[in-house]
Ligand binder design. Structure first.
Ligand SMILES: [Mg+2]
Length: 230
């Protein structure tokens, strides 16, 4: 089936979020002098991502605000610090964010894919779970922000992926029929299963070949690079 509009995920699809978060948190922990040994650093990094997974999901489900989820994360991560004051907790978290932002990198195929799709006349949007301001800044800093490619971040949508309203709001804004819109991203749940349930076409971006078994079992179509999409 062909498609007449394209929706792309942002984190780990256009921009290497995981790599940036990993490099960012290592630099931040080291700068604060929190790790006494390489093994200690690994333990702290692992704990950081466990807390991220737990609390970021809650923010996406709107059980807490994005601002509040950061405060909870930083207080749990640094239990020995007195971070009861919100402004102080925000300040400490901002230290990590600075390191994370400095580590943002676009994937090599991202800019060319956006530009090729637009040059072909395809309406293109970026549909991402996250905060509108942060995600827009991420695109700007990595050279991927385009005036004719709108950014649909969940903080400004009725709901986050995989809620059908997220995909349908983006399709409506692009003036595209869901059935003629292709969603591409790295998350099986957020970019493929959820998109298909909302009536869109979908492809899993599987840069590292990790989803083979599930792809076979579910009949999921995968691509290894964005260049294979548009
Ligand atoms: Mg993603």
């Amino acid at each position: 089936m062909t498609f007449q509009a394209l929706l792309l995920d942002l984190d780990d699809t256009l921009v290497d979020h995981r790599g940036a978060a990993d490099r960012g948190v290592r630099g931040w922990i080291t700068g604060l002098g929190l790790a006494d040994s390489p093994a200690d650093l690994e333990t702290l990094v692992e704990r950081w991502f466990v807390l991220e997974a737990r609390h970021y999901e809650r923010a996406q489900r709107r059980e807490v605000s994005y601002v509040e989820h950061r405060r909870v994360r930083i207080r749990e991560f640094l239990p020995g610090w007195d971070l009861a004051d919100d402004a102080l907790a925000d300040d400490v978290f901002a230290g990590f964010l600075g390191c994370y932002r400095a580590a943002w990198r676009a994937f090599d195929d991202a800019a060319a894919t956006l530009d090729r799709a637009r040059a072909a006349g395809l309406p293109v949007g970026i549909l991402t779970n996250g905060e509108q301001a942060v995600q827009t800044e991420k695109l700007r800093r990595t050279g991927l922000l385009r005036a004719d490619v709108p950014v649909f971040a969940s903080s400004a949508l009725p709901a986050a992926k995989p809620d059908p309203r997220s995909y349908l709001t983006a399709c409506a804004a692009l003036g595209a029929e869901p059935s003629a819109t292709l969603m591409v991203g790295d998350s099986l749940r957020h970019d493929v299963v959820g998109a298909q349930a909302a009536g869109l076409q979908a492809r899993l971006l599987d840069r590292h070949g990790r989803y083979d078994t599930r792809r076979d079992a579910l009949g999921i179509q995968t691509v290894r690079t964005l260049a294979a999409v548009a």
